[in-house]
Design a protein around this ligand. Sequence first.
Ligand code: ATR
Length: 286
Amino acid sequence: MKIVGKTKILGIIGHPVAHSLSPLMHNAAIEALGLDFVYVPFPVEPESLSAAVHGLRALGVRGFNVTIPHKSVVMPLLDKISPEAELCGAVNTVSNENGLLVGYNTDGTGLLKSLRDDLGFKPGGSVVLILGAGGAARGALASLCNAGVSRIIVANRTRERGEALVETFRDRFGKVSFHLSSLETGRLEENLKAADLLVNTTSVGMNGTSFDGLNLASMASHAKVYDMVYSPAETPLLADARRNGLACANGIGMLAAQGEAAFSIWTGVESPPGLMKDRVLAEIVA
Ligand code: ATR
């Protein structure tokens, strides 16, 4: 990679960012396409966010990704927010359009693409059970509602948080029916039976953690299971899905697809199909 006077800068802000796989994915695509860009990590402490965003604008950085814990707090610092990012209440991609910072959210696009490519899932008319009610759940609801699902059931540990999420979306999507479920064993059974798709949006599954007593045996044989967690590659939830003969996938496809969508916003060029995913997989296996 040759950096010259007119090389355009891309990057990621977060805290921490040392673990991020985005620099690898984006630089692999830049290199494969021979573009004059470079993608770098910027660790930004929460109290420095405003200064960092002003600095990135002043430096003429072409675009940047935003990750935990800045995805929502960055919004008031930007000049324009896309309708999808507004609905998600979070921005993961910022594009510097001649000094105007525009916030996008490509996580939803990423989820839908991964559901289609990795599981062959078609959202139209389907029943989806979502585990969790945080930022990632909100993004999933936004994209799934826009894609035409007929029913969404939210199961969250803290009931009030699930209620608040459902209320927000009920007002926006009159054609989708929304339900709340407990995460507790027994109470979840009926909803597991009804679901065409189960999506885990929580961090449960990372570092070997698992949902207490959750058992997928009652899911329909055609149902699919998606876990946004990708490390470990097979979470206890996915192992359970596999044991029950259900089609399932981890969040690698979503990670790669949200990156592809951001890349094309910044560069105007598509990343070569499959390249970002292969790069991430090679890193995780290595
Ligand atoms: P994110 O932006 O990644 O979604 P978040 O907004 O902090 O992160 O939300 C985390 C989600 O994971 C929440 O739904 C949280 O449940 P609570 O609302 O009850 O806190 C869920 N979560 C985290 N750890 C969990 C655990 N051990 N068991 C069940 N749910 C968990």
